[in-house]
Design a protein around this ligand. Structure first.
Ligand SMILES: *Cc1c(COP(=O)(O)O)cnc(C)c1O
Length: 465
C-alpha cells in the first residue's frame, strides 16, 4: 500500500479509516457510511481538518489539552528525553530522573499530605491501581473484608474492566460482564434531572446521605472507599449543590472510609484551583490524575496517595505495575506542561480572568428558549436543554435526540461542543482569552438558534408526560 498522508483526498482517508480502524465509543457502521472528520493539525484552541476548516475546540480534545495545542516546548522535551533515555522501567530497584522529578513536583503541587505517586499510563489504569491500593491497604491493616468501593451512578472513571466497574454508566455496564464484584453505586447529585420538588440544598444533603445509608446497610467494616469526581465530567458536567461535599466529607471521616477524588478532568487548573478537591473543599486520601497532567501531549496518569497509605502499602510487596508506569518520555512531557502552567500562571488566569468572563456569558444562556439550567465551575460548563423551563421537563423524544441535533449544528458551525443526553457541555483549553470566548459564543448562539429552529420545525419541542 502507498503511504497514507495528509495530502490524500478526505474521502480516501475516510474509506481507509472505516476499513481498518475501530473507533472508541462509536457505531463503526455509521462511520463507514458518513465518514469521520479527519483532523490534521492544531494550534492554540483551533483544530484544522483535511478540508482546511478551522474548528474551535471548546472541549480541549477530551478535556485534556489544558495549555492549548502546538506548544513546541513539549515537543522539544519529548525529543530530548527520547534521545537521552527513551525507555526504562521502575520495577526492580531502578528509577530515572523524569519519574523522580515528576513525583516530586506532584507532591509539591498536591494539597496536604498527598506526597506519593504511583504512575500509570492513563486515568483508567490509575483507577484500576486505586482499586487494588485501597483493598490492599485494608487487608494489610487486618481488615481484608473491608473491600467494597462505593461510587455513583453516571460517574465516569475509565473504560478498563475495573475502572468501568467503578463508573456508573449504564451503557457500559450492559456490555462485557461488568461491574466486578464489591462495587456499589449510589445516586448522583443531579438536581435538574432528579431533584423533584426538593430545593437544591435539601437535595444535595439527601444525595450525600445515600452514602451513609449505603455504609450502614453494607456494614462499616465492609466499605473500603468512596470514589467520585469533584465535578462529574462525562456524566454531563453535573455540579453538586453546595451542601453535598461537606456532608460527604463528614461521612467519610465518621466511618473511616478512604475518599478517592477522581481528578482526571478537574485536576491541573480546570476548576480554577490546581485540583477540584480544593475548589470543592474536600480532603481526599487519594487523587486520580491523567488528562491535564500532560495536557494530552503524551499518555500518562497516576494516583497521588497520602503518607499513611504510602506507609502501609510500602511495608509489603505491592504486586502491581505497568510497563509504562512513569514512562520517561511521558513524564518529561508532563513536567514541561506543569512548568508552563506554573510559569505562565495559567491557573490564576482561569480563576481571575477566563472563568469569571465565561461564567457570565454561560449563565446568560438560560435566556435562550432551549436552555433550562446553566451550570459552570471554572472552565467546565453544561446547559440542560428543555422544552419547558418552569417544570424542568424532559423532551418527549428519546433522550439524546435533541442533544445530538444541537451537537450536529455546532459541528457544522466549526465548534466542538459535546452532548450528554440532552445536556450540552464545554471544557475549553485553559488559555482562552475573553476574545476567544466572544468568538466561541458567536458560534454557540448561532448553533443553538439553528438547533431550536430545526427542533421546532420537526415538532420535537414537546415535553414528555
Ligand atoms: C477520562 C477520565 C478517566 C479515564 O481516563 P483515560 O485516560 O481515558 O483512561 C477517568 N476518570 C475521569 C473523571 C475521566 O474523565
Amino acid at each position: 500500500m502507498s503511504t497514507i498522508t495528509n495530502h490524500m483526498p478526505t474521502a480516501d482517508l475516510q474509506a481507509l479509516d472505516a476499513a481498518h480502524h475501530m473507533h472508541p465509543f462509536s457505531t463503526n457502521a455509521d462511520l463507514s457510511k458518513d465518514g469521520a472528520r479527519v483532523i490534521t493539525r492544531a494550534k492554540g484552541i483551533y483544530l484544522s481538518d483535511s478540508e482546511g476548516e478551522q474548528i474551535l475546540d471548546a472541549m480541549a480534545g477530551l478535556w485534556c489539552v489544558n495549555i492549548g495545542y502546538g506548544r513546541d516546548e513539549l515537543a522539544d522535551a519529548a525529543a530530548r528525553q527520547m534521545r537521552e533515555l527513551p525507555y526504562y522501567n521502575t520495577f526492580f530497584k531502578t528509577t530515572h530522573v523524569p519519574a523522580i522529578a515528576l513525583a516530586n513536583k506532584l507532591s509539591e503541587l498536591a494539597p496536604g499530605d498527598l506526597n506519593h505517586v504511583f504512575f500509570a499510563g492513563s486515568g483508567s489504569e490509575a483507577n484500576d491501581t486505586n482499586i487494588r491500593l485501597v483493598r490492599t491497604y485494608w487487608a494489610e491493616k487486618g481488615q481484608p473484608d473491608k473491600n467494597i468501593i462505593i461510587s455513583r451512578h453516571n460517574a465516569y472513571h475509565g473504560s478498563s474492566v475495573g475502572s468501568a466497574s467503578l463508573g456508573g454508566m449504564a451503557g457500559m455496564h450492559a456490555q462485557g460482564g461488568i461491574p466486578i464484584p464489591n462495587v456499589h453505586h449510589i445516586n448522583q447529585p443531579n438536581w435538574w434531572a432528579e431533584g423533584g420538588d426538593m430545593a437544591p440544598e435539601e437535595f444535595g444533603l439527601a444525595r450525600a446521605r445515600e452514602l451513609e445509608e449505603a455504609i450502614l446497610e453494607l456494614g462499616e467494616n465492609r466499605v473500603a472507599a468512596f470514589i467520585a469526581e469533584p465535578v462529574q465530567g462525562a456524566g454531563g458536567v453535573i455540579v453538586a449543590p453546595e451542601t453535598y461535599w461537606p456532608e460527604i466529607q463528614r461521612i467519610c471521616d465518621k466511618y473511616e472510609i478512604l475518599l478517592i477524588a477522581d481528578e482526571v478532568i478537574c485536576g491541573f487548573g480546570r476548576t480554577g484551583s490546581w485540583f477540584g478537591s480544593q475548589t470543592m473543599g474536600i480532603r481526599p486520601h487519594i487523587m486520580t490524575i491523567a488528562k491535564g497532567l500532560s495536557s494530552g501531549y503524551a499518555p500518562i496518569g497516576g494516583s497521588i496517595v497520602n503518607d499513611d497509605i504510602a506507609k502501609v502499602i510500602g511495608d509489603t510487596e505491592f504486586n502491581h505495575g505497568y510497563t509504562y508506569s512513569g514512562h520517561p518520555v511521558a513524564a518529561a512531557v508532563a513536567l514541561e506542561n506543569l512548568r508552563i502552567l506554573e510559569e505562565e500562571r495559567i491557573v490564576d488566569h482561569v480563576r481571575d480572568v477566563a472563568a469569571p468572563y465565561l461564567k457570565k456569558k454561560w449563565e446568560a444562556l438560560t435566556s435562550h428558549p432551549l436552555v433550562g439550567e446553566a451550570k459552570i465551575v471554572g472552565m467546565m460548563g453544561s446547559i440542560a436543554l428543555t422544552p419547558d423551563k418552569s417544570s424542568r421537563a424532559k423532551f418527549a423524544s428519546e433522550a439524546g435526540t435533541i442533544g445530538l441535533i444541537c451537537r450536529e449544528r455546532c459541528f457544522a458551525n466549526n465548534l466542538i461542543m459535546r452532548h450528554v443526553g440532552d445536556r450540552m457541555i464545554i471544557s475549553p483549553p485553559l488559555i482562552v482569552t475573553p476574545a476567544d470566548i466572544d468568538e466561541m459564543f458567536l458560534r454557540i448562539h448561532k448553533s443553538l438558534d439553528e438547533a431550536h429552529a430545526e427542533i421546532t420545525k420537526q415538532g420535537l419541542m414537546r415535553a414528555a408526560n
